[in-house]
Write a protein that binds this ligand. Structure first.
Ligand code: FES
Length: 106
């Protein structure tokens, strides 16, 4: 099990436990993080699962692949630590991962 903490734009922190093989987007949806709308269901086609990976974690998770990087060009307020949460597969070594959630993206 992998603990993930979501920090919403208003500072609200939500901790959840994700199983390996889930995506960070699925963990957010299970934790009722409203700003992660995930409208395409994880198909890397909508950008509404955009999140910011906490700076300490950026180098510890696999980098975005080409299709994710392309889609990140369409999200609102992209930053260097932007990711699509549906493209981050949870692994045990991500225990303690911190994800910052942008304002509503719908
Ligand atoms: S859920 Fe649509 S791009 Fe991630």
């Amino acid at each position: 099990m992998t603990k993930i903490t979501f920090i919403e734009a208003d500072g609200t922190k939500t901790e959840t436990i994700a199983q390996p093989g889930m995506t960070v987007m699925q963990a957010a949806v299970h934790a009722n993080i409203a700003a992660i709308a995930a409208e395409c269901g994880g198909a890397c086609a909508c950008g509404t699962c955009h999140c910011y990976v906490a700076p300490d974690w950026v180098g510890k998770i696999p980098s975005a692949q080409e299709d994710e990087a392309d889609m990140l060009g369409f999200v609102i307020d992209p930053q260097d630590n932007s990711r699509l949460s549906c493209q981050i597969e949870v692994t045990p070594d991500m225990d303690g991962l911190v994800i910052q959630v942008p304002d509503s993206q719908t």
